[in-house]
Design a protein around this ligand. Structure first.
Ligand SMILES: [Zn+2]
Length: 56
């Protein structure tokens, strides 16, 4: 469970970072339509993962 959560978190983090690096709208103002769900997923999984760490 922890492993799969961590794997999802890492994958979401990679996807978001990779997109962010190559996307100007995401860097200078707000996430573009492609970047927004990537960032949302990353944020959600990051919170879930940090919560998980706190509770164990
Ligand atoms: Zn973008």
């Amino acid at each position: 469970m922890a492993d799969s959560l961590h794997t999802c978190y890492m994958a979401a983090s990679d996807a978001w970072r990779t997109h962010f690096k190559g996307c100007q709208p995401c860097q200078i103002k707000q996430p573009c339509p492609t970047g927004a769900p990537l960032r949302e997923r990353f944020t959600r999984l990051q919170n879930a993962y940090l919560n998980h760490l706190r509770n164990h």
